[in-house]
Design a protein around this ligand. Structure first.
Ligand code: C2E
Ligand code: CA
Ligand code: CA
Ligand code: CA
Length: 278
Protein backbone atom coordinates (compact mmCIF):
# COMPACT_ATOMS: atom_id res chain seq x y z
CA UNK A 1 0.00 0.00 0.00
CA UNK A 2 2.89 2.24 0.85
CA UNK A 3 4.54 1.66 -2.51
CA UNK A 4 1.26 2.31 -4.31
CA UNK A 5 0.90 5.52 -2.32
CA UNK A 6 4.34 6.64 -3.39
CA UNK A 7 3.55 5.84 -6.99
CA UNK A 8 0.34 7.79 -6.81
CA UNK A 9 2.28 10.74 -5.49
CA UNK A 10 4.87 10.42 -8.20
CA UNK A 11 2.14 10.23 -10.85
CA UNK A 12 0.49 13.29 -9.40
CA UNK A 13 3.83 15.12 -9.37
CA UNK A 14 4.43 14.32 -12.99
CA UNK A 15 0.98 15.49 -14.03
CA UNK A 16 1.55 18.72 -12.11
CA UNK A 17 4.96 19.18 -13.66
CA UNK A 18 3.54 18.64 -17.10
CA UNK A 19 0.86 21.24 -16.53
CA UNK A 20 3.40 23.64 -15.07
CA UNK A 21 5.72 23.24 -18.05
CA UNK A 22 2.82 23.72 -20.49
CA UNK A 23 1.98 26.93 -18.69
CA UNK A 24 5.59 27.99 -18.83
CA UNK A 25 5.74 27.28 -22.57
CA UNK A 26 2.59 29.33 -23.13
CA UNK A 27 4.01 32.09 -20.96
CA UNK A 28 7.20 32.15 -23.02
CA UNK A 29 5.10 32.33 -26.20
CA UNK A 30 3.05 35.15 -24.72
CA UNK A 31 6.17 37.17 -23.93
CA UNK A 32 7.07 37.01 -27.61
CA UNK A 33 3.53 37.59 -28.85
CA UNK A 34 3.74 41.38 -28.74
CA UNK A 35 6.98 41.72 -30.72
CA UNK A 36 5.88 38.99 -33.14
CA UNK A 37 2.69 40.85 -33.93
CA UNK A 38 0.40 38.04 -32.77
CA UNK A 39 -1.90 40.26 -30.72
CA UNK A 40 -4.99 41.75 -32.28
CA UNK A 41 -7.96 43.77 -31.19
CA UNK A 42 -11.52 42.84 -32.03
CA UNK A 43 -14.22 45.51 -31.86
CA UNK A 44 -17.78 45.28 -30.57
CA UNK A 45 -20.34 48.08 -30.97
CA UNK A 46 -22.29 49.78 -28.19
CA UNK A 47 -25.71 50.90 -29.39
CA UNK A 48 -27.87 53.76 -28.12
CA UNK A 49 -31.20 52.23 -27.09
CA UNK A 50 -33.19 55.39 -27.86
CA UNK A 51 -32.35 55.64 -31.57
CA UNK A 52 -30.17 52.66 -32.49
CA UNK A 53 -27.15 54.86 -33.25
CA UNK A 54 -23.58 53.78 -32.62
CA UNK A 55 -22.41 55.23 -29.30
CA UNK A 56 -19.02 53.58 -29.04
CA UNK A 57 -16.91 50.51 -29.53
CA UNK A 58 -15.22 48.19 -27.03
CA UNK A 59 -11.78 46.87 -28.00
CA UNK A 60 -11.16 43.26 -26.94
CA UNK A 61 -7.76 41.57 -27.06
CA UNK A 62 -7.12 38.42 -29.07
CA UNK A 63 -3.97 36.34 -29.37
CA UNK A 64 -3.41 34.57 -32.67
CA UNK A 65 -1.11 31.74 -31.60
CA UNK A 66 0.76 30.08 -34.50
CA UNK A 67 -0.22 26.53 -33.38
CA UNK A 68 -3.17 27.01 -31.07
CA UNK A 69 -5.10 29.46 -33.20
CA UNK A 70 -7.12 32.20 -31.56
CA UNK A 71 -6.55 32.09 -27.77
CA UNK A 72 -9.24 33.63 -25.57
CA UNK A 73 -8.35 36.50 -23.24
CA UNK A 74 -10.04 34.50 -20.47
CA UNK A 75 -7.05 32.17 -20.83
CA UNK A 76 -4.12 34.48 -21.51
CA UNK A 77 -4.95 37.60 -19.45
CA UNK A 78 -4.50 35.73 -16.14
CA UNK A 79 -1.28 34.26 -17.53
CA UNK A 80 -0.03 37.72 -18.47
CA UNK A 81 -0.87 38.94 -14.97
CA UNK A 82 1.16 36.14 -13.38
CA UNK A 83 4.05 36.63 -15.79
CA UNK A 84 4.16 40.34 -14.94
CA UNK A 85 3.59 41.44 -18.54
CA UNK A 86 -0.04 42.54 -18.30
CA UNK A 87 0.96 46.22 -18.34
CA UNK A 88 2.88 45.71 -21.56
CA UNK A 89 -0.10 43.91 -23.14
CA UNK A 90 -2.56 46.46 -21.83
CA UNK A 91 -0.54 49.40 -23.10
CA UNK A 92 -0.18 47.71 -26.49
CA UNK A 93 -3.98 47.36 -26.58
CA UNK A 94 -4.51 51.01 -25.62
CA UNK A 95 -2.05 52.22 -28.26
CA UNK A 96 -3.59 50.00 -30.93
CA UNK A 97 -7.15 51.04 -30.03
CA UNK A 98 -6.10 54.70 -30.14
CA UNK A 99 -4.47 54.23 -33.56
CA UNK A 100 -7.62 52.51 -34.82
CA UNK A 101 -10.05 55.22 -33.73
CA UNK A 102 -7.76 57.86 -35.25
CA UNK A 103 -7.64 55.88 -38.52
CA UNK A 104 -11.43 55.42 -38.56
CA UNK A 105 -12.13 59.06 -37.93
CA UNK A 106 -9.68 60.06 -40.68
CA UNK A 107 -11.55 57.76 -43.06
CA UNK A 108 -14.84 59.34 -42.05
CA UNK A 109 -16.01 56.29 -40.07
CA UNK A 110 -18.05 57.84 -37.29
CA UNK A 111 -16.90 56.07 -34.13
CA UNK A 112 -17.63 58.44 -31.23
CA UNK A 113 -15.66 56.62 -28.55
CA UNK A 114 -13.36 53.67 -27.99
CA UNK A 115 -13.53 51.67 -24.75
CA UNK A 116 -10.39 49.83 -23.63
CA UNK A 117 -10.09 47.36 -20.74
CA UNK A 118 -7.59 47.98 -17.95
CA UNK A 119 -6.21 45.26 -15.73
CA UNK A 120 -6.19 45.84 -11.95
CA UNK A 121 -2.39 46.06 -12.07
CA UNK A 122 -2.49 48.86 -14.64
CA UNK A 123 -5.22 50.63 -12.78
CA UNK A 124 -3.22 50.81 -9.57
CA UNK A 125 -0.05 52.27 -11.10
CA UNK A 126 0.47 55.69 -9.58
CA UNK A 127 1.36 57.25 -12.94
CA UNK A 128 -1.54 55.70 -14.90
CA UNK A 129 -3.06 58.97 -16.08
CA UNK A 130 0.30 60.24 -17.41
CA UNK A 131 1.03 56.95 -19.15
CA UNK A 132 -2.40 56.90 -20.78
CA UNK A 133 -2.14 60.49 -21.90
CA UNK A 134 1.30 59.87 -23.43
CA UNK A 135 0.04 56.83 -25.35
CA UNK A 136 -2.98 58.73 -26.66
CA UNK A 137 -0.90 61.72 -27.69
CA UNK A 138 1.55 59.48 -29.57
CA UNK A 139 -1.38 58.00 -31.52
CA UNK A 140 -2.90 61.42 -32.16
CA UNK A 141 -6.09 60.51 -30.29
CA UNK A 142 -8.07 63.04 -28.26
CA UNK A 143 -8.55 62.07 -24.61
CA UNK A 144 -12.32 62.52 -25.05
CA UNK A 145 -12.46 59.66 -27.57
CA UNK A 146 -11.26 57.14 -25.03
CA UNK A 147 -13.05 55.33 -22.24
CA UNK A 148 -11.18 53.07 -19.82
CA UNK A 149 -13.02 50.10 -18.34
CA UNK A 150 -12.04 49.04 -14.86
CA UNK A 151 -13.65 46.14 -13.05
CA UNK A 152 -15.66 46.70 -9.94
CA UNK A 153 -13.41 44.35 -7.97
CA UNK A 154 -10.26 46.24 -9.05
CA UNK A 155 -11.75 49.55 -7.91
CA UNK A 156 -12.93 48.05 -4.63
CA UNK A 157 -9.56 46.49 -3.83
CA UNK A 158 -8.22 49.99 -3.04
CA UNK A 159 -11.17 52.38 -2.99
CA UNK A 160 -9.19 55.46 -1.82
CA UNK A 161 -6.54 54.91 -4.50
CA UNK A 162 -9.29 54.39 -7.06
CA UNK A 163 -10.84 57.77 -6.29
CA UNK A 164 -7.48 59.50 -6.85
CA UNK A 165 -6.78 57.70 -10.13
CA UNK A 166 -10.28 58.34 -11.46
CA UNK A 167 -10.04 62.03 -10.58
CA UNK A 168 -6.80 62.34 -12.53
CA UNK A 169 -8.23 60.57 -15.56
CA UNK A 170 -11.36 62.62 -15.43
CA UNK A 171 -9.43 65.90 -15.14
CA UNK A 172 -7.85 64.96 -18.49
CA UNK A 173 -11.21 64.29 -20.12
CA UNK A 174 -10.76 60.52 -20.28
CA UNK A 175 -13.97 58.64 -19.60
CA UNK A 176 -14.11 55.80 -17.10
CA UNK A 177 -16.57 52.90 -17.03
CA UNK A 178 -17.05 50.45 -14.19
CA UNK A 179 -17.05 47.03 -15.81
CA UNK A 180 -18.92 43.91 -14.65
CA UNK A 181 -21.01 45.97 -12.25
CA UNK A 182 -22.91 43.85 -9.75
CA UNK A 183 -20.30 41.09 -9.50
CA UNK A 184 -17.97 42.86 -7.06
CA UNK A 185 -18.74 44.41 -3.74
CA UNK A 186 -19.07 48.12 -4.19
CA UNK A 187 -21.16 49.86 -1.64
CA UNK A 188 -23.61 52.50 -2.72
CA UNK A 189 -21.50 54.99 -0.77
CA UNK A 190 -18.51 54.18 -2.98
CA UNK A 191 -20.55 54.60 -6.13
CA UNK A 192 -21.35 58.10 -4.96
CA UNK A 193 -17.70 59.03 -4.39
CA UNK A 194 -16.13 57.39 -7.47
CA UNK A 195 -16.00 59.88 -10.35
CA UNK A 196 -17.31 57.50 -13.04
CA UNK A 197 -19.01 58.17 -16.36
CA UNK A 198 -20.50 54.77 -17.08
CA UNK A 199 -21.70 51.62 -15.31
CA UNK A 200 -21.61 48.38 -17.24
CA UNK A 201 -24.29 46.04 -15.97
CA UNK A 202 -22.77 42.57 -15.91
CA UNK A 203 -24.05 40.01 -18.38
CA UNK A 204 -25.16 37.72 -15.54
CA UNK A 205 -27.96 40.21 -14.76
CA UNK A 206 -28.98 40.48 -18.40
CA UNK A 207 -29.03 36.88 -19.56
CA UNK A 208 -32.26 35.86 -17.77
CA UNK A 209 -34.19 38.99 -18.71
CA UNK A 210 -37.04 39.61 -19.05
CA UNK A 211 -38.39 36.35 -17.53
CA UNK A 212 -36.52 36.47 -14.23
CA UNK A 213 -38.42 38.80 -11.93
CA UNK A 214 -35.53 39.20 -9.53
CA UNK A 215 -33.09 40.06 -12.32
CA UNK A 216 -35.65 42.44 -13.79
CA UNK A 217 -35.89 44.15 -10.39
CA UNK A 218 -32.08 44.35 -10.04
CA UNK A 219 -31.61 45.71 -13.57
CA UNK A 220 -34.30 48.36 -13.07
CA UNK A 221 -32.88 49.42 -9.73
CA UNK A 222 -29.31 49.69 -11.08
CA UNK A 223 -30.43 51.73 -14.07
CA UNK A 224 -32.52 54.07 -11.92
CA UNK A 225 -29.72 54.55 -9.39
CA UNK A 226 -27.07 55.11 -12.06
CA UNK A 227 -29.15 57.67 -13.86
CA UNK A 228 -29.89 59.51 -10.65
CA UNK A 229 -26.13 59.64 -10.09
CA UNK A 230 -25.66 61.07 -13.58
CA UNK A 231 -24.03 57.95 -15.05
CA UNK A 232 -24.94 56.19 -18.25
CA UNK A 233 -25.51 52.46 -18.22
CA UNK A 234 -24.29 49.89 -20.72
CA UNK A 235 -26.03 46.51 -20.56
CA UNK A 236 -23.58 43.74 -21.48
CA UNK A 237 -24.40 40.52 -23.26
CA UNK A 238 -27.63 41.57 -24.95
CA UNK A 239 -28.57 38.59 -27.11
CA UNK A 240 -32.33 38.83 -27.71
CA UNK A 241 -34.91 41.34 -28.94
CA UNK A 242 -36.85 40.77 -25.70
CA UNK A 243 -33.82 41.80 -23.63
CA UNK A 244 -33.30 44.84 -25.84
CA UNK A 245 -36.90 45.99 -25.41
CA UNK A 246 -36.93 45.39 -21.68
CA UNK A 247 -33.67 47.33 -21.21
CA UNK A 248 -34.84 50.20 -23.41
CA UNK A 249 -38.10 50.35 -21.41
CA UNK A 250 -36.32 50.68 -18.06
CA UNK A 251 -34.18 53.50 -19.48
CA UNK A 252 -30.87 51.73 -20.02
CA UNK A 253 -29.02 54.07 -22.40
CA UNK A 254 -26.59 51.74 -24.10
CA UNK A 255 -26.67 48.13 -25.25
CA UNK A 256 -23.85 45.78 -26.19
CA UNK A 257 -24.06 42.14 -27.22
CA UNK A 258 -24.26 39.46 -29.87
CA UNK A 259 -27.75 40.69 -30.88
CA UNK A 260 -26.01 43.62 -32.59
CA UNK A 261 -22.59 42.17 -33.38
CA UNK A 262 -19.95 39.88 -31.98
CA UNK A 263 -16.51 41.37 -31.44
CA UNK A 264 -15.05 41.64 -34.97
CA UNK A 265 -11.64 42.30 -36.53
CA UNK A 266 -11.30 45.92 -37.72
CA UNK A 267 -12.07 45.18 -41.37
CA UNK A 268 -15.16 43.13 -40.57
CA UNK A 269 -16.31 45.76 -38.12
CA UNK A 270 -16.13 48.37 -40.88
CA UNK A 271 -18.20 46.10 -43.15
CA UNK A 272 -20.73 45.60 -40.35
CA UNK A 273 -20.98 49.37 -39.83
CA UNK A 274 -21.52 49.98 -43.52
CA UNK A 275 -24.36 47.41 -43.55
CA UNK A 276 -25.96 48.54 -40.27
CA UNK A 277 -25.80 52.28 -41.06
CA UNK A 278 -25.99 52.57 -44.84
P1 C2E B 1 -15.34 41.91 -20.55
O1 C2E B 1 -14.56 43.15 -20.49
O2 C2E B 1 -16.50 41.77 -19.62
O3 C2E B 1 -15.79 41.78 -22.07
C1 C2E B 1 -17.04 41.31 -22.50
C2 C2E B 1 -16.95 39.86 -22.92
O4 C2E B 1 -18.26 39.39 -23.23
C3 C2E B 1 -16.13 39.66 -24.20
O5 C2E B 1 -15.46 38.41 -24.10
C4 C2E B 1 -17.21 39.60 -25.28
O6 C2E B 1 -16.82 38.88 -26.42
C5 C2E B 1 -18.30 38.89 -24.54
N1 C2E B 1 -19.62 39.20 -25.08
C6 C2E B 1 -20.04 40.32 -25.68
N2 C2E B 1 -21.35 40.25 -26.02
C7 C2E B 1 -21.77 39.04 -25.60
C8 C2E B 1 -23.04 38.37 -25.67
O7 C2E B 1 -24.04 38.86 -26.17
N3 C2E B 1 -23.09 37.11 -25.11
C9 C2E B 1 -22.00 36.51 -24.55
N4 C2E B 1 -22.14 35.28 -24.07
N5 C2E B 1 -20.79 37.13 -24.47
C10 C2E B 1 -20.68 38.37 -24.99
P2 C2E B 1 -13.93 38.26 -24.51
O8 C2E B 1 -13.66 39.12 -25.71
O9 C2E B 1 -13.65 36.81 -24.57
O10 C2E B 1 -13.16 38.90 -23.29
C11 C2E B 1 -13.22 38.30 -22.02
C12 C2E B 1 -12.61 39.17 -20.97
O11 C2E B 1 -11.19 39.30 -21.17
C13 C2E B 1 -13.14 40.59 -20.95
O12 C2E B 1 -14.39 40.62 -20.32
C14 C2E B 1 -12.04 41.30 -20.18
O13 C2E B 1 -12.21 41.09 -18.81
C15 C2E B 1 -10.80 40.55 -20.65
N6 C2E B 1 -10.13 41.36 -21.67
C16 C2E B 1 -10.33 41.42 -23.01
N7 C2E B 1 -9.50 42.31 -23.60
C17 C2E B 1 -8.75 42.85 -22.60
C18 C2E B 1 -7.70 43.83 -22.55
O14 C2E B 1 -7.31 44.47 -23.55
N8 C2E B 1 -7.15 44.09 -21.32
C19 C2E B 1 -7.58 43.44 -20.19
N9 C2E B 1 -6.99 43.73 -19.02
N10 C2E B 1 -8.57 42.53 -20.21
C20 C2E B 1 -9.14 42.23 -21.40
CA1 CA C 1 -14.96 45.26 -20.63
CA1 CA D 1 -17.75 43.36 -18.75
CA1 CA E 1 -17.21 40.19 -17.86
Amino acid sequence: AKAAGRNTFRFYDEAMNRRASQRLALETDLRRAVVRGQLELFYQPQIRSADGRLAGVEALLRWRHPERGLVSPIEFIPLAEEAGIITELGEWALAEAARQIVAWRRQGVAVPRMAVNLSPRQFHAADLADRVERILAAAGAANEWIELEITESAAMAHPEGAVQVLRRLRARGIHVAMDDFGTGHSSLAMLRTLPLNVLKLDRSFVQHLPESETDAAVASAVVTLARRLGLSVVAEGVETEAQKHFLADIGCDLLQGFLFARPLPAGEFEAWLARAYP
